[in-house]
Write a protein of this length. Structure first.
Length: 233
């Protein structure tokens, strides 16, 4: 079996980050696959390298390999809860996304999620997805001014809160809780009984918010390691 992996370079220009996602790999070829993937990311211009393996027979672990070192970075976990929250009274309103405001939504998304671990920079492809049937996406307004966004994916058996975000200057004011509960109410009004989300354990503020609002971890989606040259770290 030949190793199957994906080198993700799209975050290099914006964040200097490159990702190696291993899908299948013979255990004996794992270290060499990490080395090859890391070299490809370095050649593409990445200065921060991260890797994860989705193959249960070839998990990554902390340690030194062929000229590199793996250090635990964070986990992506799945959390679930019932979608039964009533819409809270508060200062936020939700405005659905339209094609006419697509560029504004993309800019807002990338600003809100720029410093979130493993977040993706959105472009035209993600906008088209957000406008598809079954997607509930839009702006979060306070006094009519966009201060954040929401992205709900209702195309699967269980709806996903794919993303909620606020601009930096309005964080820490309790608006995250209000926004999350507003999204839960929107899902419930669409007929959803449960929902899930994925979050990085490095995003401590988000993890704490989700736990306080009743989300429970149900799975580890992936474990990410930073790749460093042997001798660093």
């Amino acid at each position: 079996m030949e190793p199957e992996y994906r080198v993700i370079t799209r975050e290099i220009d914006a964040k200097d980050k490159g990702y190696l996602l291993i899908r299948r790999c013979p255990p004996e070829a794992l270290r060499d696959t990490v080395r090859r993937g890391a070299n490809q990311l370095l050649e593409a211009g990445a200065s921060l390298l991260f890797a994860a393996s989705l193959d249960p027979d070839a998990p990554l672990s902390e340690g030194t390999g062929q000229g590199f070192k793996l250090l635990p970075a964070h986990e992506m976990v799945r959390m679930e809860r019932a979608a039964d929250a009533p819409r809270p009274a508060g200062v936020l309103t939700l405005e659905p996304l339209t094609r006419q405001k697509g560029g504004q939504w993309l800019t807002l998304h990338n600003e809100c999620f720029f410093d979130v671990p493993n977040s993706a920079t959105y472009g035209p492809e993600e906008l088209e997805r957000a406008l598809n049937p079954g997607q509930f996406c839009g702006f979060v307004l306070r006094a009519g001014v966009p201060v954040g966004l929401y992205e709900l994916d209702c195309t699967g058996d269980i709806p996903e809160i794919a993303g909620i975000g606020l601009l930096k200057d309005v964080r820490g004011q309790g608006l995250g809780t209000e926004l999350l509960r507003a999204c839960l109410a929107l899902l419930a009004s669409s007929g959803a009984e449960r929902c899930f989300l994925r979050v990085s354990t490095a995003n401590e503020a988000a993890c704490g918010l989700y736990r306080r609002t009743g989300f429970v971890q149900t799975a580890v989606v992936s474990r990410w390691y930073q790749i460093l040259p042997a001798g660093e770290g």
